[in-house]
Design a protein around this ligand. Structure first.
Ligand SMILES: [Zn+2]
Length: 678
């Protein structure tokens, strides 16, 4: 192996310092100095150098956070100092009683005792051991005496320093803290799980604990986890700090993120006020806390007070009301979203969860109902935390009443009665009455009027919302019956704009079949598919009459899109709406389709680079309509390559293989000629 050049060694060193410093500033000080892009760029450079010189890789390199290979299981780690639990306090009286017990033992006045208070994070407790400033062990709490060694997983958290910061580092440092997941990260993780059909986590704590115990650290590396330090269990030699709050500042200087809410105060009344204030702020923190940790701040006093049984006498955990409560599921209703998605909503026996009355909770989708195994009449656990929508997290099957009913997903939209479509492998069920369904009215109209659809000038989103709210427009056809008189009575609408809009509507009536099909807003029918379908069938009637097999014969239309189109034209309400639109005067040029051979039958085309006059999808659709196959790469079988702006490797390859290459202008000329002769 080649020995790196001194300049390479220097660059590796500089990159590590820069990246570690960026992590420290970002996570411990909350003062980001590098943009994410800069961080990634420097990290990639370091990865590249380390892969060239593997001898130079060290365990505390920032590249080691991406996660090492999976392990068989986790080794046991005995905690040198047990990770104890704290006694709980639930009220102001409990806090006062705790302070009095402390005062009696210390033989002083309660109001003279200084307490340190900080939020009690709701995540997974872990312990980190550093020798000579380098992380050597990371472990879970376990039973308090023995935990599991999850060092490789903890290394992947950017808020866990791999190397401590500063010149004077204690030989041994053991830090305890909580690994948490913020609400935003938790929601995103569950959203992804729902889409992939994998298990959703009940709450951020389970998500954090589950992510930490992955056997494959590369999975942990993808989870949005943060470490927050709250205790220095061992500092050898100790650096002379005399209070808990000073120790926390010390940890921050060593590179750890500590609580920004940590405050010291004297007397139990001030402590109780702090608990009230933090409780009121709880929903706005963006992460779960379940209480306040109250500690006697003076470390000498802590030693004097000592321990009783398994808990220290110098600390107590004030607990907030639980964010999970148990209640009865009275019924399930189905809501229709603005894009037609059907969501089951649990109607609950009202219950107070963390100070708020909850009578509805989401059940997400049909898969989630099956996963929970929930029935109407069941006793269920409800969770409400901060900005997260209340959700049903568990079912107590032992309490299931004899008359419990299964939840049946409706076949028809509860708002408009159209068929509900749920495709295999898709979690979400949808109403197929896009044009007619009142729940989807605004979105459907916005799409109908949009530039690539009927292109109605002056009919913007705000105006559409006004027209729907006034109940002047229920279906797209109603748009064409609006009068200048009516429109100019709207706020901020003058005679001139009203006239312009009526004229624009009149003009939009003359359209094309492709635009009209696109405007209908059939699921997954974009402009290219609409153009293909229009070319293939030629008339609306032929499209309406087509069965699934006939639809699948269209270029680029697979079984799923065929099913969407077929279902759409089987909804009586949709057909009525189409009829009314045509009666309102919408017209287009229909063409009888020639069933003869298509001019480009048997040819394979490739499109590359950007074109000015059309998107690549449009070009593809038009070629396919002429019978050509459109491929993604150039080979000997390629008939012709269309090279747009900035064409790259495909152009080179085509030239090497002697494939015909044409530019955009030639392409359009030929397309138009073929389309005319067809
Ligand atoms: Zn509907």
């Amino acid at each position: 192996m080649s020995q790196p050049d001194p300049s390479v060694l220097e660059e590796i060193g500089q990159l590590r310092v820069a990246l570690n410093d960026a992590n420290y500033r970002y996570y411990a000080l909350d003062e980001p100095t590098l943009t994410d892009a800069d961080y990634d760029r420097q990290l990639q450079r370091l990865q590249q150098l380390e892969s060239e010189y593997p001898d130079q890789v060290v365990p505390d390199s920032p590249t080691q956070r991406v996660g090492s290979a999976p392990t068989e299981g986790f080794p046991e780690v005995a905690h040198a100092i047990p990770m104890l639990s704290l006694d709980n306090a639930f009220s102001r009286d409990d806090i006062v009683a705790f302070a009095q017990r402390v005062a009696e033992r210390l033989e002083c006045q309660v109001d003279d005792i200084e307490f340190s208070c900080e939020p009690k994070l709701d995540g997974a407790a872990v312990s980190l051991v550093y020798e000579q400033g380098v992380l050597v062990i990371g472990a879970t709490r376990g039973d308090g005496r023995t935990g599991e060694g999850i060092t490789s997983n903890l290394r992947t958290l950017r808020s866990v320093p791999l190397k401590l910061v500063g010149d004077e580092l204690p030989a041994l440092v053991e830090v305890r803290g909580e690994v948490i997941m913020r609400h935003s990260g938790f929601e995103a993780l569950n959203e992804r799980a729902r889409e992939e059909g994998s298990k959703v986590f009940a709450n951020p704590r389970n998500a954090a604990a589950g992510s930490l115990r992955q056997l494959d650290p590369r999975i942990t590396a993808t989870r949005p986890l943060e470490f927050h330090a709250y205790q220095a269990a061992r500092l050898e030699p100790d650096l002379g700090d005399t209070t808990h709050s000073a120790l926390m500042q010390r940890l921050s200087k060593l590179g750890f993120r500590t609580s920004t809410e940590l405050t010291t105060m004297r007397g139990p009344e001030a402590v109780a006020d702090y608990c009230d204030q933090l409780g009121a702020k709880r929903d706005q923190l963006g992460y779960d806390i379940d209480g306040v940790v109250i500690k006697v701040n003076d470390l000498r006093h802590q030693r004097e007070l000592g321990f009783v049984a398994r808990a220290p006498r110098w600390a107590v955990a004030f607990k907030f009301p639980a964010q999970e409560e148990v209640t009865t599921l009275n019924d399930v209703e189905f809501q229709v979203g603005r894009t037609g998605a059907i969501t089951p909503v649990a109607r609950l026996e009202p219950v107070t969860v963390a100070g708020v009355t909850v009578s509805n909770a989401t059940l997400h989708n049909a898969d989630e109902i099956i996963r929970l195994g929930v029935m109407i009449g069941d006793t269920v656990a409800i969770r409400r935390a901060g900005d997260v929508i209340p959700q049903v997290v568990r079912v107590d099957e032992e309490k299931r009443p004899a008359d419990a009913r299964a939840i049946t997903f409706p076949d028809h939209c509860p708002v408009c009665g159209s068929d509900i479509e749920r495709l295999e492998g898709e979690a979400v069920a949808r109403c197929s009455g896009g044009l007619y369904c009142a729940a989807q009215r605004k979105e459907a109209l916005k799409h109908f009027a949009s530039r690539k659809a009927l292109d109605i000038d002056g009919l913007g989103e705000k105006l559409i919302e006004q027209l729907v709210d006034q109940e002047w427009v229920k279906t797209p056809a109603d748009l064409f019956h609006l009068s200048v008189e009516q429109l100019k009575s709207l706020p901020r609408m003058g005679e001139k704009s009203a006239t312009n809009l009526v004229n624009a509507l009149e003009k939009a009536k003359q359209t094309t079949l492709a635009r009209f099909i696109y405007a209908l807003g059939i699921r997954e029918v974009g402009e290219a598919t609409a153009a293909n379908v229009a070319n293939h069938f030629g008339t609306l009637q032929a499209l309406q009459d087509a069965d699934q097999a006939a639809l699948e014969a269209v270029n680029d239309v697979g079984p799923i899109v065929a099913k969407h189109i077929h279902t759409f034209f089987r909804q009586p309400h949709n057909l009525e709406t189409l009829q009314v639109l045509i009666e309102a005067g919408i017209t287009w040029q229909e063409s009888e389709v020639t069933q003869g051979p298509t001019p480009l039958e048997g040819q394979t085309w490739v499109l590359t680079g950007a074109m000015e006059s059309m998107t690549r999808d449009e070009g593809k659709a038009r070629l396919q309509a002429l019978g050509a196959k459109v491929a993604g790469s150039v080979s000997k079988k390629t008939t012709c390559l269309v090279a747009g702006e900035a064409a790259g490797s495909k152009l080179t390859k085509a030239e090497q293989l002697g494939v015909e290459v044409i530019d955009e202008a030639t392409f359009i000329d030929r397309l138009t000629a073929w389309e005319r002769s067809e």
